[in-house]
Design a protein around this ligand. Structure first.
Ligand code: SF4
Length: 277
């Protein structure tokens, strides 16, 4: 005969289950949120608070708390903490797949601005580029020089800092590499387009993704798509282009740096402060 107070049954809709499972899988989800998602999934499997607590090495009141919060607020009940209100637990693939090295702000070897540029790139791509059906992850890594601290050679799109001239002016530029990745057939990227002015790189990535969406065979991953093509074809797909993306750091190399914007939209990304500030 069951002892103690009966616990309320917890059932999930298919959408809720899918979201919870996604939160448990993503290495970049907040780990506290991943743990809550696991607890709720275990409760939904019919396990008692005692069993769930033992399984995840947490206290029974902790299990009871998240069971109760989910029952009262559903998925929103698990997001009830200030950090998660500010930083999404489920960022866009272009944002969660972005990595940039230290760059000019703290590294004397860097040729270009990296972190703030990468933030702007990912925001612009999120707003302007649709990833094809079924592509949930897309990694873009940016290193400020050839030393590769952001590990660009194993990203879907590899970027490294360079310089070039545009309209007669020296500007910051990036080489674009493709074909890198880990897993079953690990490989380093080949640098298929070189010295692209930094403000034309988002256009190049947009063209590349559009070409991928148009030409891919059913279910083909981005990496499989790239492996099937030679360097010349890839360079054609990855054609640099000016777009609505604006880059305030084109001529500002090795001058002044600034904190990140608080708001997550393109316009709020801060412009560099003057060198003599
Ligand atoms: S990749 Fe180059 S610029 Fe970036 S942190 Fe490493 S040494 Fe510095």
């Amino acid at each position: 005969m069951p002892r103690g107070r009966p616990i309320p049954a917890l059932t999930l809709t298919p959408d809720e289950r899918e979201t919870l499972e996604r939160w448990t899988r993503r290495p970049k989800s907040a780990q506290a949120l991943a743990q809550r998602a696991r607890i709720v999934l275990a409760c939904a499997a019919g396990k008692s608070n005692t069993m769930v607590a033992a399984e995840y090495r947490v206290s029974q009141p902790t299990v009871g708390k998240w069971r109760g919060r989910f029952l009262r607020g559903r998925l929103d009940g698990l997001l009830d903490e200030p950090l998660l209100a500010e930083y999404s637990p489920d960022p866009h693939p272009f944002q969660r797949g972005s990595i940039a090295c230290t760059g000019t702000e703290f590294c004397s070897l860097s040729i270009v601005e990296t972190k703030n540029r990468q933030v702007r790139y990912s925001r612009w791509l999120k707003e302007n580029v649709d990833l094809p059906e079924g592509i949930e992850d897309f990694h873009i890594h940016l290193s400020g020089c050839t030393a590769s601290c952001a590990q660009p050679q194993i990203a879907d799109v590899s970027l490294r800092g360079m310089k070039t001239r545009k309209d007669g002016e020296p500007v910051e530029a990036l080489d674009i590499g493709l074909g890198g990745g880990l897993g079953e057939n690990p490989n380093f990227a080949d640098w298929v387009v070189q010295r692209v002015p930094a403000d034309e790189v988002p256009g190049a990535i947009a063209n590349l993704v559009a070409g991928f969406a148009e030409e891919r065979s059913e279910g083909e991953t981005f990496r499989e798509f790239v492996v099937e093509r030679d360097e010349e074809e890839l360079a054609e797909l990855c054609e640099p282009e000016e777009t609505s993306y604006e880059d305030p750091y084109m001529h500002n190399t090795k001058q002044t740096w600034y904190p990140y914007a608080e708001e997550d939209d393109l316009d709020s990304s801060p412009a560099p402060s003057p060198a003599d500030d």
